[in-house]
Every structure is written in C-alpha cells, then in structure tokens.
Design a protein around this ligand. Structure first.
Ligand SMILES: [Zn+2]
Length: 140
C-alpha cells in the first residue's frame, strides 16, 4: 500500500493516521483486521526508514546499510539524553557500540535535527556518544 513515490511527509501522515485508527479501534477488531493494520504500519515504518536514510553510505566497518529513524524529544528526555525537538538518526548498520576509552560508548549512529543533517553526520563519521550503561533512545 505505501507507494514508492510518497514523500516523507506523506508517509508520516499516513503512518500517523494508521496508528491513530488502530489504537482507537483495536479492541473491536478481529485478529485478521488487527494483523492487516500491523502489516500496513510496518510497511509505512520501513518506507519512512528508507526515506530518512536517503543518501547515507553503507557502513565502512561492516558494510551494512544504515536505516533512518525519527526519535522524539519526550522519549529522549525520559532518559535525560537530549532536550530538544525531533531528532533524526541514521544507524543500525549491524556494528556494536565501541568504548571510546573515556567511559563513553561510540554508537554506530549519527543524529541531526533534519534527515539530511543526520545523513551528512553519518557520512562524515560524526557518531553519537553515550555514557556506558545509559539506555538507548526509543524509536517512534
Ligand atoms: Zn557498521
């Protein structure tokens, strides 16, 4: 159902609509209907991931293709990591976090306040660092 010509805004809008409808009606759905919503939502999330990582190079360490993610300030705030608005992240190539030798971990991920900024940071190898033991931010 998601069409490859959809823009990021169109994908996000369709995703928001499907999630809202699913949440509002899930209790009254048959298992089959619920599964159909879950599949549509998953397809839109994958499409969004591809759009958010457009232009990102494959990982030079593992050769994996990174995905794009949108993370919310609210969820980041819960962990005390970041205090500003929507954060875009490119990562998840398959590499594991690496200790930086000063108590932090270098994550196989880069962030930006726009998808293009996150892609540029990834391509420039400006990766996210976090305190060891700190929980990762959640995907939206
Ligand atoms: Zn990698």
């Amino acid at each position: 159902m998601p069409d490859n010509a959809m823009t990021l805004e169109q994908v996000q809008s369709a995703l928001d609509e499907q999630i809202a409808h699913y949440r509002a009606n899930a209790d009254d759905m048959t298992t089959r209907q619920a599964r159909e919503y879950q599949v549509r939502i998953h397809e839109l999330q994958l499409r969004r991931s591809v759009l958010l990582s457009e232009g990102a190079e494959v990982c030079e360490d593992c050769g994996g293709t990174p995905m794009g993610m949108l993370k919310t300030a609210a969820e980041l705030d819960e962990f005390g990591i970041v205090k500003y608005g929507a954060v875009y992240e490119v990562g998840g190539c398959g590499c594991k976090p690496v200790p930086n030798g000063r108590g932090n971990l270098i994550m196989p991920a880069a962030r930006g306040s726009t998808p293009a900024e996150a892609v540029a940071a990834w391509n420039a190898n400006r990766l996210v660092q976090k305190r060891a033991g700190e929980p990762a931010a959640k995907k939206v």
